[in-house]
Ligand binder design. Sequence first.
Ligand SMILES: Nc1ncnc2c1ncn2[C@@H]1O[C@H](COP(=O)(O)OP(=O)(O)OP(=O)(O)O)[C@@H](O)[C@H]1O
Length: 384
Amino acid sequence: MNSTSSLAIALTTAVTAAVGAVRDPELRLSLAELGMIGPVSVEGTTATVQVRLTIAGCPAARSIERDVEAASTGIVGIETTTVDVQVMTPDERAALLARLKPGGRRENPFGPGTLTRVIAVTSGKGGVGKSTLTANLAVALAAQGMSVGILDADVYGFSIPGLLGLAPAGIAVKPTRLDDMILPPIAHDVKVISIGMFVEDASVAVAWRGPMLHRTITQFLTDVYFGDLDILLLDLPPGTGDVAISVGQLLPNAEVLVVTTPQSAAADVAVRAGVVARQTGQRILGVVENMAGLPLPDGSVLELFGSGGAAEVAQALSAGQDTPVAVLGEIPLSIALRAGGDVGDPVVAAHPTDPASQAIVALARIILTAGPSRVGTSLGLSPK
Ligand SMILES: Nc1ncnc2c1ncn2[C@@H]1O[C@H](COP(=O)(O)OP(=O)(O)OP(=O)(O)O)[C@@H](O)[C@H]1O
């Protein structure tokens, strides 16, 4: 073998490894693991790489092509790269889908025995900041190295896409579909699925009855490819309705985080939400007080909604229990938090020093220490 051909072989091996390590932005797995790299060849200083996309018109195609070209051309000895974009055959795609969901495509991976912590965020009444807190908590948990997903089941106010910047011009992005598998859009390293991504007109209220909601949540749990999650957060509609009951049936291992405001008047309904969760077999993780005192520049604290609401809820939910329910955090009123929500830029990422951000990050740490960690365990294919 002459030195020119051994150089070409060495470069082909290097290019194959480099492009194979590129990650699919939606599936969060390497192209090699996904079987998306076809033949690779090198002639002189030019590499040719075949990429086999999962579907024609794949929305991530441009970014995959760019990343493959950059990875290949980043190798010493390669000056240009031609990316030959092809599409998988139905058989290749079927094999990939079977590998992604080894337990079966229509299996709920978050049922009994799951290694994922499922945390349902609930509240008694609307407008207490449950969705804002869920979105920011997810971002804070992801920043602490967790693999996090959100299932937005708040049918009356599906605001999670907007809060995380996944609803440009007020319209939630549509998830990519691979046959009957749905790929959740990702923002701030959080995989998000929301009822808002499936309705045509977000301004029209969704008037679904229990069975329809149950079916939708079941479909989200079975058909959405969340991959290997450490934590799945659920944003539930306020109150004690059908969704809470569905969650109890489908996710009996869910822990429940009750969000309330400092206002006494909100406490009773929040207690009822906690009691219903417990009746459906779920464990109450704790209570969070949102919209707590606003620190003012002169050092005083403005308690717009009074104080003590969360402590009242925790006390009521502790009655008759072996383990008392605790207040896990107090999130102050924050203009930055509200403004970040309005523009889809979560405060914990945009203003980490804001007191509300710090309180949410502290809450994330408490939640992580309060429950079993599955970091380091793997289900095989393990997207971050
Ligand atoms: N700590 C806070 N400081 C200032 N504003 C807040 C705070 N928490 C939430 N808000 C604001 O309160 C409003 C209601 O919040 P959010 O939509 O998260 O409530 P929710 O409980 O999820 O309501 P619903 O369940 O009815 O959708 C939003 O405008 C949000 O920006």
